[in-house]
Design a protein around this ligand. Sequence first.
Ligand SMILES: Nc1ncnc2c1ncn2[C@@H]1O[C@H](COP(=O)(O)OP(=O)(O)OP(=O)(O)O)[C@@H](O)[C@H]1O
Length: 220
Amino acid sequence: MPALEATELYRFYHSGDDEVMALRGVALTLDAGEFAALRGPSGSGKSTLLACLAGLDEPDGGVVSVLGERVTRRSEPERARLRARHFGMLMQSGNLFEHLTVRANIRLQMEISGRGRPDEIGGLLGGLGLDGLADALPSHLSGGEAARAGLAVALAAKPAILLCDEPTAEVDEATEQLVIDRLVENCRSGAAVLIVTHSPALAARADRIVDIRDGGIVHG
Ligand SMILES: Nc1ncnc2c1ncn2[C@@H]1O[C@H](COP(=O)(O)OP(=O)(O)OP(=O)(O)O)[C@@H](O)[C@H]1O
């Protein structure tokens, strides 16, 4: 059984009289232990796809299943339960509660998912080059630090499926390698990993490249 399976996903947006077809019949299967990089130009549908896969957005057509359980066409509380149980997510923004420290954000994720231990937080942050920032508030972090703190939250519960939107967008090369190493590590421990990225270094470490154009997968 695949970790994540999407069939015939469609998503339309309306603005005024215009209709944008953000996803047009996307099919994607991701196995446990597989590391896939999702590439595509701006506006091609990458963030929309991630949101639909994670059950953060409801597609207008198609089905998403996680470990054999359907995510689509369920109530928000049911989708939230599936997200907490199976997913780690890093989106382009909104990954951290601004009034909570980095440590408290990670603890909250551990509590919601029922997995991970507070004594692991130091190691998690150290592994992402965030030593000394456990007690910082998100507003005191740089863009790159906030993305890595969001990634620490996503990794905290050792999710079966990890979905990340450009985790290395704002970091230097050495830090990028650190982030890639953590992603690969999680994948080797059995997670299915899908990363939206423009980074050649990250794509080079992926088992598989998925290319999306105009809401349709053209390769992978
Ligand atoms: N809430 C929305 N309302 C209307 N149109 C939207 C909305 N969200 C996305 N779109 C449109 O859907 C298409 C896909 O957007 P999406 O954000 O998924 O692309 P992307 O590949 O992630 O882009 P980027 O790399 O710039 O983040 C674009 O044409 C975008 O303008």
